[in-house]
Design a binder for this molecule. Structure first.
Ligand code: TRP
Length: 332
């Protein structure tokens, strides 16, 4: 049997997951394990390039791990771990920093954005972040790295670093391809249907851990339009609020837009909005309950991230050892 292709992705535990994250991406991840050998890690090393509240960072790292498991990422079928638990990430990052050019790093869009946003803390880590990300990736010799638009440039520089290193030392690293995931639903803010759902607009953002009552309220207050007939039909241009709700309802129930139009024909927004809310509540309920159950079981969570770090660590260490040898370090 041919070995499965390897896929790896890091997730920054810097915010609470919401409906947009779930319907847009996470929902499809569980199935990937059938086709790929998948590694997912909580990228805690990356988060401290901007200041974090330590207690909150710890809580988010653990909560996010529990949420991913609750969303269907089976720790038996995927390697789930916490980045800082595998020291090879920091170790390879240092080596790769010496093979990453100042000029390249200066051109990174994210560095330019973040350094202008946090002018009081333009630290060296913020600048060398892509070398750490290259290390995260190259340690596992993955075929694919699924990333969003904002991280494509970092996968590009990873490829450049890998090729540069390979040109000097022979084939050490596999040069990975970015992987464009099957597009999930694109979810917009409930109060700002022109913009993607975002935690920075919490009143229009449905967090995965929100109480059902809170979710119901957010949907009741969802912005629609001034159509006096309250007609539910799909028109992204002129009825962005309704289109967004239809899209969410469709993603949750599997119903087509035509079916939804028929279902709410003549019923108005007063019926439609709570119905979408109810469908979302019922979809999220088992995930939230499972997350809470997992979070309460500290021993289980610990066993998951320990086993994950061990499995990941073995693979990572093999690559690190090869790199150390190639660059001329004396074997310990
Ligand atoms: N930088 C990524 C982000 O902010 C997270 C990340 C860290 C990552 N290391 C990675 C993603 C390796 C893919 C592969 O979203």
């Amino acid at each position: 049997m041919e070995a499965k292709k390897v896929m790896l992705s890091g997730i920054q535990p810097s915010g609470d997951l919401h409906l947009g994250n779930y319907l847009g991406a996470i929902k499809n991840w569980a199935d990937r394990a059938e086709e790929f050998d998948c590694y997912y890690f909580m990228a805690d090393l990356h988060t401290i390039t901007v200041r974090q509240d330590p207690a909150l960072l710890r809580k988010r790292t653990i909560t996010q791990l529990a949420q991913y498991i609750a969303c269907g990422l089976d720790p038996e079928k995927n390697t789930l771990f916490i980045q800082s638990h595998v020291p090879a990430h920091a170790q390879l990052a240092w080596v790769l920093e010496c093979y990453t050019m100042f000029g390249e790093l200066s051109r990174m869009t994210q560095f330019k954005d973040k350094s202008s946003k946090h002018q009081d803390n333009i630290n060296a880590g913020l600048f060398t972040y892509p070398s750490l990300m290259a290390a995260d990736i190259l340690l596992y010799q993955p075929d694919y790295v699924p990333v969003g638009e904002d991280q494509k440039q970092h996968v590009e520089i990873t490829r450049d670093i890998a090729v540069r290193f390979n040109n000097i030392y022979g084939d050490v690293f596999k040069v990975p391809e970015p992987y464009i995931p099957k597009a999930g639903a694109r979810v917009y803010g409930l109060t700002t249907p022109g913009d993607k759902m975002s935690k920075s607009v919490p009143e229009g953002c449905v967090f995965m851990m929100d109480d059902p009552a809170v979710i119901a309220k957010k949907f009741k207050r969802a912005v629609t339009d001034s159509d006096r007939e309250h007609c539910v039909y799909y028109d992204r241009e002129n009825k962005p609020g309704v289109a967004n709700l239809m899209n969410i309802y469709s993603a949750v129930t599997g119903k087509s837009y035509e079916e939804i139009e028929r279902e709410f024909d003549g019923q108005g927004y007063g019926v439609f909005k709570p119905a979408v809310g109810e469908a979302v509540i019922e979809m999220l309920r088992p995930i939230r309950e499972e997350t809470e159950r997992i979070l309460a079981d500290k021993a289980y969570l610990e066993s998951v991230y320990k086993a994950g770090a061990e499995r990941a660590g073995r693979v990572a260490f093999k690559t690190l050892r090869k790199v150390y040898k190639k660059v001329g370090f004396v074997a310990p």
